[in-house]
Design a protein. Structure first.
Length: 394
């Protein structure tokens, strides 16, 4: 431990404890202490989950990616398959029909699916890390028994915060909830709502006390079957096309007071908290996307020849592949670290924002470079890289 034990024994710490005694304590404790694994090192259970998601993605999702993108429509068999495999209730406890795993496992699932199709990845993302997480954190026994069990096994959910006039300024929302006996009457239009086309359960943020400003915002559980709920025209998007993005229109929708999720007036708190965590899962989506772009492009550079040698053998291409691979690995490490911190119950406001920022920038750069390596064919829909490039712009 020390090069000179005699000198070490004479060293005294600031509080009078000898360094030698401290070293002895460390040696004794090391017999019962293991160095934490790298954040990217997966447990046996996590490896099994990753393999299962990868098989499903390659066998069931991959053959339908191009068609779903072209038609801007999610295949219903894929949605059903996600439920059947337990990928739509990863963190939900077995009591409510979920797999009872962790937030990190949800992120791992999102990453692996996004490696094949980020559009399917975002469907799984919103379901697991936004809608279900809110129920798990704020739902009471009755609400979870009724709704969380559906979300884990058969029903798609949507998170309804944004409006046409309140995007980044989310708390400027105009949707109102007016008390009427033991019900609230909701009126307003939510915009850019992911999964809206297929959702049966909506978490709607509406202001029930406008005079209190953002402190009047409350989260309501709204069912698709409630009179007055309708879905607007689906957006024709640049990327993530198979994932539905639609307005959700609320016209005199009567919602029972028992469908308030969390406490009255704490919708802002719920939204801020869940979006802080949600940034980590978005980073997972971007890591998967970028890895998928590399998976598609690098083999091409090993086969395509120019000037009597493989494209891969040009040093300039090797430098780029090395740089892009390093960026993916760095984004994965940052994202995994944030996810594991969240599982440990640590604050992730900064770490989540860093992961989302870096992974999003990385995904755009990696998919762009991958497209360039393919040359002219990269600009066509014969290869999946152009789709990753479009999807990264989300």
């Amino acid at each position: 431990m020390f090069t000179n034990s005699l000198r070490a024994s004479r060293l005294i710490s600031s509080d009078g404890v000898s360094i030698k005694r401290i070293a002895a304590c460390l040696m004794r404790s090391s017999r019962h202490y293991s160095v934490p694994a790298a954040v990217t090192q997966l447990s046996e259970e996590e490896e099994m989950l990753k393999d299962a998601v990868r098989r499903f993605s390659r066998e069931k999702i991959a053959p339908k990616v191009a068609e779903m993108d072209q038609n801007s429509a999610m295949d219903k068999d894929i949605i059903q398959g996600l439920f059947d495999q337990g990928f739509m209730g990863v963190e939900v406890s077995a009591e409510y029909g979920g797999t009872g795993s962790s937030f990190f496992s949800s992120c791992l699932t999102i990453e692996e699916i996004s490696r094949v199709d980020p559009a399917v990845g975002v469907l799984v993302d919103v379901q697991n890390t936004l809608v279900e997480t809110i129920f798990m954190q704020y739902g009471n026994k009755e609400q979870n028994s009724k709704y969380l069990s559906q979300l884990a096994t058969k029903s798609v959910g949507s998170f309804c915060l944004s409006e046409f006039g309140s995007g980044s300024d989310a708390f400027a929302l105009q949707t109102r909830a007016v008390a009427d006996g033991d019900h609230f009457v909701l009126n307003g239009t939510k915009a850019w709502i992911t999964n809206a086309e297929h959702a049966d359960i909506f978490l709607v943020f509406a202001n029930a006390s406008p005079e209190k400003g953002y402190k009047g915002i409350t989260c309501f559980i709204v069912e698709r079957s409630m009179p007055g709920v309708s879905i607007g025209k689906k957006e024709d998007k640049l990327g993530i096309r198979a994932s539905s993005t639609c307005p959700v229109i609320l016209e005199n929708v009567r919602v029972p007071e028992s469908n308030i999720l969390g406490n009255f007036g704490e919708g802002y708190k719920i939204a801020i908290g869940i979006l802080n965590e949600g940034r980590i899962s978005i980073a997972s989506q971007m890591v998967g996307l970028a890895q998928g772009a590399l998976d598609a492009a690098i083999p091409y550079t090993l086969e395509r020849k120019q000037f009597n040698q493989r494209i891969f053998d040009f040093q300039g291409i090797q430098h780029q592949i090395g740089e892009m691979s390093t960026m993916v690995a760095a984004a994965r490490a940052i994202t995994y670290n944030a996810a594991r911190l969240r599982v440990a119950g640590e604050p992730v406001v900064k770490e989540g924002a860093m992961a989302k920022y870096f992974a999003s920038e990385m995904a755009q750069k990696v998919s762009s470079k991958a497209l360039e390596w393919l040359g002219g064919v990269g600009f066509t829909k014969d290869f999946p890289v152009e789709k990753f490039y479009r999807d990264a712009k989300i």
